[in-house]
Write a protein that binds this ligand. Sequence first.
Ligand code: ATP
Length: 305
Amino acid sequence: MSVIETRKLTRRFGPKEAVAGLDLTVESGSIFALLGPNGAGKTTTLKTLMNILDPTSGEARVLGVDSPRLGPREFAQIGYVSENQEIPHWMKVGEFLDYCKPFYPTWDGAFASRLLKQFALDPSQKLKSLSRGTKMKAALVSSLAYRPKLLVLDEPFSGLDPLIREEFIQGILELTDQEQWTVLISSHDVDEVEKLADWVGVLNEGRLFLSEPLDRLQGRFKKMAVRLPESMALPDPLPPSWLGTVREGAALQFVESAFEEEATEKGLRKLLPGCQSVSATPLSLREIFVILARDFRLPGKGGKS
Ligand code: ATP
């Protein structure tokens, strides 16, 4: 069952199409990471899903409801934490949680107390005296304490130190395990995302360039190293699944984006007869993202899948 589904979702700012005919599906129980270069349309997508912005055209359904019709009933089941979240700075942490409580029928006080401990938050501290990272943790507690069905996080790690990032990740992971929540997270912190996500979507120029399970993505992207006779010419054009190809004499390196254990090596030997020592190395999500983002900048690529 899908918790989020958009069809041809478009959001314009004047002539600028920030989101351009987006078809996005987030399945129930998944931790979906939305990645993309600066200006790809991630925040605009999340704000449209959260009914902070209206779609210009197309539709977005969240928990089965059209996003412009989302109201208190649905928001009682959605947690939304964003980088520039407004929180009432004059309140203490505990007062802030008491203030949020009446809005959510499913508020679980014992759970809130456990989260406070887990995140090492002091309820008697004033929000304005907290560091940015600690404020983010307070915002997260206020969004988790009512056990939302859907948690939407926009750049949750930005400005957080490595320890707090780790606590944040561990907190979300433990909780998602227990609660079977759906999480949609937009972030540039790809290393953190890799620890959390089981599904990855890459947005470019307002369109979804790819959307697939993280393990499948990492299975099909491999760094290839091949030795071939120096005199051998490379095919022209190069196979479209080869990204970032570099040739130096007898050494050829590229990222294969459609790797399959035996088929890739067989294909290479057919394409480059006489090539030797073919090796395929796994790539981190960060490396995959960097190679894709570089490819987006090439003329004519523009992120169209
Ligand atoms: P980043 O990773 O840099 O945060 P993003 O992927 O979240 O970027 P968005 O913030 O959604 O991207 O912006 C997408 C595009 O829409 C950008 O070109 C941006 O300049 C434009 N945009 C976003 N908000 C507005 C606005 N309120 N008015 C005009 N243009 C906007």
